[in-house]
Write a new protein. Sequence first.
Length: 97
Amino acid sequence: MQFYGALILLMTLSVACGLTCYQCQGDTCADKVTCPNGFDFCATTELKGVITKSCMNIKTCICPIKCCEGDLCNSAEPTGSSVLLLLVSSSINHFFL
């Protein structure tokens, strides 16, 4: 029973921490920040070739600012499936199933 109490406590603490976004300016982006209250989206802006990433309020998410919802969603990583992953899964399916 104590295990469940500790589990519920840890889950509540992780939810209370808030949204995490990348915050940087330029090509390399590794700085992660916890957004303050009222900032519920991550944003990416490109102006004259300079990329800026930060936390953003929904009211200020207008063109050309690209906003997304979720932890670290403003990363530079592509969100689609990689060709290598598709080839490996196809090979496993073909040879072993």
